[in-house]
Design a protein around this ligand. Sequence first.
Ligand SMILES: C[S@@+](CC[C@H](N)C(=O)[O-])C[C@H]1O[C@@H](n2cnc3c(N)ncnc32)[C@H](O)[C@@H]1O
Length: 211
Amino acid sequence: MPEDWMVSRGEFVDPHGLLRPFSEIIRLLTAVEQERGLKEYFEGYNAGGRCIFQVFSTEFVQELADAINSTLKQTQQGGPVLEVMSGDGVLTDFLKPLVGRDIIATDAKSPRYKISYTKSVERIEALEAIQKYRPAFVFMSWEPYLSMDAVEIAKTGTPMAWIGERPMCGHPDLFEIGHIRLHSRYAIGRHDSPLNGRFSTDVYLFNCSAT
Ligand SMILES: C[S@@+](CC[C@H](N)C(=O)[O-])C[C@H]1O[C@@H](n2cnc3c(N)ncnc32)[C@H](O)[C@@H]1O
C-alpha cells in the first residue's frame, strides 16, 4: 500500500524530484514494484515524467561526494569536476552542495533516449569535454553499452568514477584496467528489484587511491 507522500496527481512521485534518504527510496520503489512493476516507472511513467537509469539517494550521493573530495585532496590537481553522459544532470545538481569544486554536467544529448535534457547540461561529446575542461575528476553514470569512452578516459590517468551495471553498460575492457569497487550499499539501478533485495549496480573508481 503506497504511503500518501508517494503519490502525486495519481502517479507515483519522481524519485529525483528531491534528494531523499535511501530508506524512503527503497520504500517508494518497493511500493511501485508491488503495484505495477518498475520498468515503465523508470521509462518516465512517474509524476515528474523522468527517465531513470540509476536511482540516487542522500547516502549514495554523499558516498560519491566523499570519493571525489578525498581524491581532489590527495591529488591537489586543479580544474573542475566533470560529469560526462550526464543525461538530465540531476546527479551533478545533487552533488554540487557537497563537492568543494565546480562541477560541469555535459552530454551529447542523443535523441535515442527519453531524457529531458536541461539547458544547464552542456551539449558536448564526452572525449571532447575531457579535452576542453581537463578535469581533476570525471564521473559518469550508465555509459552506453560497448562505448569505449570510459576506457579512453581511464587511460588518460584522470581520476574517474564509473557508475552502472556490468555488463549492461560500458565496455568489458574497462575492467581490465586497475580499479577500486566501492561495494556501495546504496546503489540502485533500473534493472534491480528492491522487493526481492536484488541489486546489481555499483561505483568503480579508476586512477584513485583507496580512501
Ligand atoms: C543511458 S543514458 C544515461 C544518462 C544518465 N547518466 C543517467 O544515469 O541517467 C546515456 C547518456 O549518454 C549520452 N551519450 C551517449 N554517447 C555519448 C558520448 N559519446 N558523449 C557524451 N554523451 C553521450 C546520451 O545522450 C545519454 O544521455
